[in-house]
Write a protein that binds this ligand. Structure first.
Ligand SMILES: [Cu+2]
Length: 305
C-alpha cells in the first residue's frame, strides 16, 4: 500500500485515540467513509504528485539564467494534450464510480443490515443541548446517550429551535434536525468507547458547548445503564420539558435539577407523546397526522410560514 504512505500526516492527526474522529471509526458507517477518503486521496495523488514535482522542475529549467533552457516557440503536441486532458477525465470517472458505489451504503436513511432490530432513539435539538428519548425503554437523557455495541440504532430527529446538525464523528455520517420536520439517521457502534457527539451548525453563543458523550456499551452494560436510568426518580413530562428546553447549556440546568454534568441529566420516565408534540408545534396543519412520512412522501412542511 505504497500510495497510502502519502497519507501519513492525516493518520498522525487520527492517532489521538480519543475516538472523536471518523478516522478512528467505531462503526461500519464511519469505516466506510474513512476507506472512501483514503481511496479518493490515493487516486488524486496521480494528479497531485506530478504537479507538486513538476512546478519546481519547470521553474528551475526555465529560470532566468544564461545557460538555462529558452524555448519561445511552442508547438501543438497530441501526446501532451492526451496526457493533460485524458488523465483527469479518467480520474474523474474513477472517483465518480467510487463515490456513487458507496452512496447507497452511506445513505443516512438506509437501515444497517443486522440480525438485531434497531434501537429506536428520538432526538430533539435544543439551545444548546441534545435531548434523547428512548421510547421503548421509556427513559430520556440530556447531554449523554448510550447505545449498545453491535446493534443498529435508528434515530428520528427534530429541533425545538433553529436548524441543527447532528453528528457523532466516530460513528460517521451527519444529519440536520429541523423544527416541524423529522429526519432519520442509522448508525451502529461496533466496539465500546466514549464517543463525542456534537452540533456542527453554528447557531448561537452556546453551540460550541453543545456536545454530548455517546456511550457505546456492550449489551449487558447498556441494560445496566437503562436500569440505572429507571431509578433516576425524575419524570420528563411537559412541565419538566418546559424547563429543559429553555435556552441555555446543560450545566445551566443544574439550578433546576440535581445531577452530575459528567453523567448527563437522566429521566426515569418520559411522556410518550413528547417527540410528536414538539414536531407538531411547528407545523401549520398539525392535524395531518404522521410526521414520519413527511420526507418519504416529499411533502415538506417548513417552520417558516
Ligand atoms: Cu427538510
Amino acid at each position: 500500500m505504497g500510495r497510502l504512505a502519502a497519507l501519513a500526516p492525516v493518520l498522525l492527526l487520527a492517532g489521538c485515540g480519543s475516538g472523536i474522529s471518523f478516522l478512528d471509526p467505531h462503526g461500519p458507517v464511519a469505516a466506510t467513509q474513512r476507506d472512501l477518503l483514503f481511496q479518493v486521496t490515493g487516486w488524486m495523488m496521480i494528479v497531485v504528485l506530478p504537479a507538486i514535482f513538476l512546478v519546481p522542475f519547470v521553474a528551475w529549467r526555465f529560470r532566468r539564467r544564461r545557460n538555462a533552457t529558452y524555448r519561445p516557440n511552442w508547438r501543438f503536441s497530441w501526446p501532451l494534450e492526451i496526457l493533460v486532458w485524458g488523465v483527469p477525465i479518467i480520474l474523474v470517472c474513477i472517483l465518480a464510480s467510487l463515490v456513487l458505489g458507496k452512496a447507497r451504503a452511506l445513505d443516512p436513511y438506509a437501515p444497517i443490515p443486522s440480525d438485531l432490530p434497531p434501537l429506536e432513539v428520538e432526538v430533539v435539538g435544543l439551545d444548546y443541548k441534545w435531548l434523547f428519548i428512548y421510547p421503548e425503554q421509556n427513559i430520556a437523557s440530556v447531554g449523554v446517550m448510550a447505545v449498545p455495541v453491535d446493534r443498529p440504532v435508528h434515530f428520528r430527529l427534530t429541533s425545538d429551535t433553529v436548524m441543527q446538525s447532528f453528528m457523532i464523528p466516530a460513528l460517521g455520517s451527519q444529519i440536520y434536525a429541523m423544527a416541524g420536520m423529522v429526519t432519520e439517521l442509522n448508525l451502529m457502534a461496533d466496539r465500546p468507547g466514549v464517543l463525542m457527539g456534537q452540533n456542527t451548525q453554528f447557531n448561537g453563543f452556546g453551540f460550541q458547548d453543545q456536545k454530548f458523550d455517546t456511550l457505546a456499551l456492550p449489551q449487558a452494560e447498556f441494560d445496566r445503564w437503562i436500569a440505572a436510568a429507571r431509578t433516576a426518580g425524575r419524570s420528563l413530562d411537559q412541565g419538566a420539558y418546559a424547563l429543559v428546553s429553555q435556552k441555555g447549556k446543560l450545566a445551566d440546568l443544574r439550578s433546576r435539577f440535581d445531577f452530575d454534568p459528567q453523567k448527563g441529566l437522566i429521566f426515569s420516565t418520559v411522556d410518550p407523546d413528547l417527540f410528536g408534540t414538539v414536531v407538531s408545534r411547528y407545523r401549520a396543519h398539525a392535524d395531518h397526522g404522521n410526521t414520519a412520512s413527511d420526507h418519504a412522501t416529499g411533502e415538506h412542511h417548513h417552520a417558516d410560514h
